[in-house]
Design a protein around this ligand. Structure first.
Ligand SMILES: NC(=O)c1ccc[n+]([C@@H]2O[C@H](COP(=O)([O-])OP(=O)(O)OC[C@H]3O[C@@H](n4cnc5c(N)ncnc54)[C@H](OP(=O)(O)O)[C@@H]3O)[C@@H](O)[C@H]2O)c1
Length: 332
């Protein structure tokens, strides 16, 4: 485990020479993304942050942005309205960022929740959580790759379940879990985790100049557990209360979670670029210290989950890639 004190020491080294100038947060209106933005702005550096969010969150986010500007007047936080579950809107907003910026240093992806309730689809026909946690995240990544490649420290972080992949829980014949009876939270969650790792692993191998991290946050009391239930579910209410109590008891505080993700966003522990790290270097799924995908657990340790990832690569990667390309191509 990377100790919290080591993380704070590393984060204290973040300054204007570290190179993190432009960051894009998808999911930064709440929870872990929001805690990370606050930790980043609190470093006092000059940074521009694109904070993407849906219209319904705009008003409360304005108060957050005002708070951030008071903490650090050198931080420019740009509210950018986007319905990120819709791939057409992801394309639109990426085009806006591309028209304004010549590089992106950090793409931070944390929109989503566990889909405990019934299957719900976006207007584009994708299950909402799969759209948020997989298709939208991969589309942001692919469309912003050219700008990430222009950064000396370009980094993509997907906050979901890095290191928790399994082979037996991915349904290659029904990647979108559309078959009758196939959509259940205990199938969807591991499937979306595996899809993230499989596709990020391929993108990482094709783009060795960019650092890719698929990360598990551990337990953080963000209210996330309540999002996925159908309205009025009594089981959902009881389950959420129990999980929230356990998370309060054993999980990370908001501040620690934000600092841990700031560390993952900046430290040279992952790929050698960024804030100098004198501890153990992280190792990719390809067992290297750079040029690949880092699976980072809740303790900020890299776990290569090598047997599972090797099997996923061999048996699933091409099929997942072809399917993902077919879904994303209208927006590429
Ligand atoms: N927190 C944990 O303990 C934990 C543990 C394991 C995995 N995770 C996963 O890690 C990721 C980040 O977790 P978190 O706790 O930071 O989540 P969170 O606080 O619930 O925030 C999730 C983000 O997703 C956005 N979002 C939710 N539903 C949306 C929708 N239908 N359309 C558009 N945006 C939507 C939210 O936007 P609004 O602000 O507009 O609502 C928010 O920005 C999630 O995928 C979560 O499932 C979390």
């Amino acid at each position: 485990m990377v100790s919290y004190s080591d993380i704070l020491i590393s984060n204290a080294l973040i300054d204007d020479t570290t190179g993190l100038r432009i960051a894009v947060f998808v999911g930064g209106t709440s929870g872990i993304g929001r805690f990370t933005i606050k930790a980043l702005v609190s470093t006092g550096i000059t940074v521009k942050i694109y904070l993407l969010g849906r219209k319904s969150s705009q008003e409360r986010t304005q108060a957050f942005i005002a708070e951030l500007h008071a903490i650090n007047p050198k931080a420019k936080v740009v509210w950018t309205e986007a319905e990120v579950s819709l791939l057409a809107d992801v394309k639109r907003v990426c085009d806006i960022i591309k028209s304004k910026e010549s590089r992106v240093d950090l793409l931070f992806l944390s929109a989503g929740y566990a889909p405990f309730g019934s299957r719900k689809e976006t207007a584009e026909g994708h299950e909402v959580v799969q759209a948020l946690e997989y298709y939208s995240r991969m589309l942001f990544t692919i469309r912003l790759l050219p700008l990430l490649g222009e950064s000396p420290i370009g980094r993509v972080i997907s906050v979901l379940g890095g290191g928790m992949e399994t082979t037996y829980l991915i349904d290659l014949d029904d990647l979108d879990l559309k078959k009758p009876g196939n959509f259940k939270v205990y199938r969807a969650r591991p499937q979306y985790v595996a899809l993230n790792t499989i596709t990020m692993d391929r993108l990482a191998s094709e783009n060795p100049g960019i650092t890719f991290i698929h990360s598990s946050p551990g337990a953080v009391n963000t209210g996330n557990v309540r999002r996925g239930w159908d309205a009025g579910s009594t089981v959902g209410e009881v389950f959420s209360r129990v999980v929230e109590f356990l998370t309060w008891l054993t999980g990370f505080s908001d501040d620690e979670s934000g600092q841990r993700y700031l560390f993952q966003s900046t430290s040279a522990a992952f790929g050698g670029r960024g804030v100098t790290w004198r501890g153990k270097a992280g190792v990719t799924t390809g067992q290297k210290s750079e040029g690949g995908l880092f699976l980072v657990n809740n303790k900020c340790d890299c776990t290569h989950n090598s047997t599972v990832v090797a099997q996923l690569r061999e048996k699933s990667q091409q099929k997942v890639w072809d399917h993902t390309q077919a879904v994303l191509w209208p927006y590429l």
